[in-house]
Design a protein around this ligand. Structure first.
Ligand SMILES: Nc1ncnc2c1ncn2[C@@H]1O[C@H](COP(=O)(O)OP(=O)(O)O)[C@@H](O)[C@H]1O
Ligand SMILES: [Mg+2]
Length: 325
């Protein structure tokens, strides 16, 4: 792995820091990266270095090249809308990179878990994701820039869809078909990890981080991934504002679909949301806060039903139950 001294050397070469002592202060967060805050003469920056192996229970090996995909995504998304990503300042040795630190911006997940729920913000998240999808849809050069199918398979399709399929013979045909559809779909530039923990709440709206799983693929995946998190938190908190926020996110996203028939996308997103919901209670990356067996049962029963009888994501959200009578 690249030594921290090489990172500092890279920061010097990029003109971001001077010859004096440079302190890499670890930031909380990641299972897949080292993330540091570094004070520089021109203000604080963040340095991110991918780890060869993720820090989660099940061993997920992932090539460090995903650092490069993340930088590419951040730059591409910034070209779509300056406000929705931090500025990348330099690429560093070992697929590490430096970006501007955004001060005073809480992580959306923390806001939601603290009960600060803002439908307008959820809608902005939907708009932001849709804007990147719309700008990159059916674009040959974006397709060529993100040839990350293998990585997406290893980090998303396998652990979230096929892992559950291997354990559940009844759902296996539907989940395997869904995995095949997802792997072969190439419509737009997908972020791949649109989770509330990867979104900062800035005064100007959402700022998206952590695009290591970026791939040219099915935009429905991003919508499904984020919606899943809101629905899980709705069950955890039994707070109807969370499923309302999910509805606001889906509606705003829908307003941005200009590259295909919205109904097709909403159905794909509904199928993926059902599978991702199940994966978050049975898969390799369970939602850490969903420890109550009753919460898990509520998610599992609905998700299984929706995998067998799919529903478009807007209807799925409208019918979502936070508890069983
Ligand atoms: N540009 C930034 N400005 C402010 N905080 C940041 C920035 N980048 C990352 N962070 C903080 O570091 C955490 C981890 O960053 P992230 O890119 O999500 O890495 P990981 O892959 O380790 O999850 C984020 O949740 C956020 O709190
Ligand atoms: Mg993250």
């Amino acid at each position: 792995m690249t030594a921290e001294a090489d990172i500092v050397e890279g920061l010097r070469a990029a003109g971001l820091v001077g010859e004096g002592n440079v302190v890499l202060e670890p930031l909380t967060g990641g299972v897949s990266c080292d993330v540091w805050k570094v004070e520089t003469p021109s203000g604080p920056i963040v340095v991110k270095r991918p780890l060869p192996q993720l820090r989660v229970a099940a061993e997920w090996l992932a090539p460090v090249e995903r650092g490069t995909s993340e930088v590419r995504w951040l730059k591409r998304a910034r070209g779509v809308d300056l406000r929705i990503v931090p500025e990348v300042l330099a690429e560093l040795p070992g697929h590490a990179f430096a970006m501007r630190f955004l001060p005073g911006c809480p992580v959306w997940k923390d806001e939601l878990m603290a009960g600060r729920v803002d439908h307008g913000f959820a809608a902005q998240v939907g708009q932001g994701i849709a804007a990147v999808h719309a700008a990159t849809a059916h674009n040959e050069s974006d397709r060529a820039d993100f040839p990350n199918d293998e990585m997406f398979r290893a980090l998303r399709v396998d652990p979230f869809l096929l892992h559950v399929a291997r354990q559940d013979s009844e759902l296996a045909p539907a989940l395997t078909a869904l995995a095949d559809d997802l792997s072969s779909c190439r419509i737009a530039l997908v972020h791949g990890d649109v989770s509330p923990k990867n979104i900062l709440v800035s005064a100007g709206g959402p700022v998206f981080l952590d695009a290591e799983c970026a791939v040219y693929g099915d935009p429905a995946f991003d919508l499904a991934f984020c919606t899943t998190h809101l629905l899980l938190k709705a069950v955890w908190s039994d707070d109807r504002r969370l499923d309302e926020s999910a509805a606001a996110l889906v509606a705003a996203y829908c307003g941005g679909i200009d590259w295909e028939d919205a109904n097709d996308l909403l159905l794909r997103a509904g199928k993926l949301t059902a599978a991702l919901l199940l994966a978050r209670v049975e898969g390799k990356s369970p939602a850490p806060y969903l420890t109550d067996p009753e919460h898990r049962r509520i998610v599992r029963d609905q998700a299984r039903g929706l995998i067998i009888a799919p529903s478009p994501v807007d209807a799925l959200v409208a019918n979502w139950k936070r508890k069983f009578a």
